[in-house]
Design a protein around this ligand. Structure first.
Ligand code: SF4
Ligand code: SF4
Length: 205
């Protein structure tokens, strides 16, 4: 007959009278560790809408939809696809726009349930010349603050600063792009045309 060793008897007795290592989830709940990687959440005051998080997300769980008619950008995290890797948080340009929370549990019957999606909406700035998207307004403001006084050297930022103080109507489009259109909120393509086409317009005509 196999006789248990004293060590095994001691372990059995200790385990019998000590707390279980496992949790009673979901009945008892579970408090995650501080570094736990739960669902990523956007923080409106720190997210500038740049879309970097969507570019680095390995499973493509973040989508970016630009609506030029409404002048908005919507970023959406789909928790059905999120693998909680933390790349979005690590590469966020402001370092605080999206942060992995401690939340880990949600039960749904429908994959399209709104609780499966985390959304954030940002206003975007359109080019006054061609109507193309330049960038989210918050992102331009964020860059402007980092540039400090150097921001006055760029017409887009200059107008952006003035619009903080005055109501400036968008300028009216002319028959062709001219040098004076420099003082417009223009996309890089149009800004290039403003300089090059105006300079060489007479020669190339
Ligand atoms: S945690 Fe990873 S998978 Fe989830 S949204 Fe962020 S980058 Fe994508
Ligand atoms: S600021 Fe951060 S959270 Fe917001 S869109 Fe850019 S990378 Fe994503």
């Amino acid at each position: 007959m196999y006789l248990p060793k004293i060590r095994e008897v001691k372990e059995a007795l200790t385990s019998f009278f000590s707390k279980p290592y496992t949790t009673k989830f979901p009945a008892g709940g579970y408090k995650p560790e501080e570094q736990f990687r739960g669902f990523p959440r956007y923080h409106n005051e720190d997210c500038v809408g740049c879309g970097t998080c969507a570019q680095v997300c390995p499973p493509g769980a973040i989508t970016v939809i630009d609506d030029l008619a409404l002048k908005t950008r919507t970023l959406t995290i789909n928790y059905n696809s999120c693998i909680h890797c933390g790349q979005c948080q690590e590469h966020c340009i402001t370092e605080k726009g999206v942060i992995l929370s401690n939340e880990y549990s949600f039960s749904i019957m429908d994959k399209k349930d709104p609780s499966v999606f985390e959304n954030i909406k940002k206003d975007v700035l359109l080019c006054e010349v061609c109507g193309a998207l330049i960038a989210p307004s918050d992102q331009l403001r964020w860059i402007r603050e980092r540039l400090g006084a150097k921001a006055y050297a760029h017409p887009n930022f200059l107008l952006n600063i003035q619009r903080d103080f005055f109501e400036l109507e968008p300028s009216v489009a002319k028959s062709r792009i001219r040098r004076e259109d420099q003082i417009k909120e223009a996309c890089p393509k149009c800004r290039n045309k403003i300089i090059v086409e105006d300079e060489f317009y007479a020669i190339n005509r």
